[in-house]
Design a protein around this ligand. Structure first.
Ligand code: GLA
Length: 373
């Protein structure tokens, strides 16, 4: 899936998609299985070269632009939005790439704080800018990993590899089954014809940097260690049945979610391949319930959205997507029912919560790229 080096034009625009995760939540940092897809909305960066080794980055959503001197190594320490591009630029500097100066304007149509990986999109878009400016490319997996490391070091979020892989490897009309241990990626046809995917923003701002995400990750690591392994991926059903009682209750619930979620992800792929939408939808509901009850990363608004969706004709399944604590839900919907489902979801959510939900239908889209001039 590697792509040829880009040309190094004087002015160009890069697009990187956001993502939803169809199923396989909070499994990536447990060496597990995930099934994200890139979506049609995303981040754009318009770039013009400069000759002085300085990068200026302006975002249409942010009042204060960033100026980065690329002639010296960039270090962590920023707390603004530009820590994401800065982390990526630093990653290429560490590889020894000499990055030319540029002026960049960032824009996009992902809901802010919606949990659709706007940060991974900004990271991978920045990486695509660097590669276009330098006229050479990393292998896509190395590019995604560099972006993940930027998020760890510059934003302090110990995220898994899912988001950056989804944004880098996205393929139109396909979800991506990613084995986060072997890093094997299989494109699975999704959508087209009889189903649509509706993304609904709960309007509750999701934030992963507040410590809950890191806490979940630590609890999973403690559960694996308590069972004698370095990763929950190594825990077989027999070991789990024999030993789950030895874990503290909270760790046991976290591990129970992760182990079942890996199984659900494989079952979901089988259902997609059979175009068995009722089974796929049931797995989405089960995933949501597990994230709500065992993993405790949902919130009342996301639960309300899923409850309303579950009762609507034409909805096969609904679940929160991404890290949780707010952000978006996704609904798998019979294509003919898309408009009525969206209208009914909006009405029901407004009357339950007073919140006007932003929503849109999306197809699976391509990964980050330089747009044709
Ligand atoms: C966030 C992280 C991902 C993943 C999800 C939960 O999106 O960035 O790595 O852990 O949460 O599945």
């Amino acid at each position: 899936m590697n792509r040829p080096p880009h040309p190094a034009p004087g002015a160009f625009t890069v697009h990187a998609p956001g993502r939803v995760n169809l199923i396989g939540e909070h499994t990536d940092y447990n060496d597990g299985l995930v099934l994200p897809m890139a979506i049609e909305r995303g981040v754009r960066i318009a770039v013009t070269r400069r000759t002085d080794g300085v990068a200026t980055i302006r975002s249409e959503r942010e009042a204060i632009p960033a100026t980065l001197d690329l002639r010296t190594p960039l270090e962590p320490g920023r707390s603004d939005w530009a820590r994401y591009p800065a982390g990526v630029l630093a990653g290429y500097q560490r590889l020894g790439w000499s990055i030319p100066g540029f002026d960049a304007v960032v824009s996009g149509d992902l809901p802010a704080g919606g949990g659709l990986s706007s940060s991974a999109a900004l990271e991978v878009a920045t990486a695509t800018v660097v590669e276009a400016l330098c006229g050479r490319s990393l292998d896509l997996l190395d590019k995604a990993t560099l972006c993940q490391q930027a998020e760890h070091a510059f934003a302090g979020v110990p995220c898994g590899i899912m988001d950056q892989c989804a944004v880098a490897f996205g393929r139109a009309g396909h979800a991506l089954l990613i084995d986060c241990r072997s890093r094997e990626i299989r494109a699975v046809p999704f959508g087209g014809g009889d189903v649509a995917l509706v993304v609904v923003n709960s309007g509750v701002r999701h934030s992963l940097a507040d410590g809950e995400y890191a806490r979940r990750r630590a609890e999973c690591e403690a559960a694996a260690a308590g069972l004698g392994f370095s990763s929950l991926r190594d825990v077989t059903p027999a070991i789990w049945e024999a030993s789950r009682g030895t874990l503290p209750d909270r760790e046991a619930r976290r591990a129970a979610h992760v182990l079942a979620e890996n199984d659900r992800t494989l079952a979901f792929v089988a259902a997609l391949e059979e175009r068995d939408w009722p089974s796929a939808g049931r797995l989405m509901h089960e995933s949501h319930a597990s994230l709500r009850d065992l993993y405790e990363v949902s919130c009342r608004e996301l639960d309300v959205l899923c409850e309303i969706a579950a009762a609507l004709p034409g909805v096969f399944g609904c679940r929160m997507t991404g890290g949780g604590f707010g952000g978006c839900a996704i609904a798998l919907v019979a294509v003919d029912a898309t408009d009525t489902v969206m209208a009914a979801l909006g009405r029901g959510y407004r009357s339950s919560t007073g919140i006007e939900a932003e929503m849109f239908a999306t197809r699976a889209a391509a990964g980050a790229r330089v747009l044709p001039a």
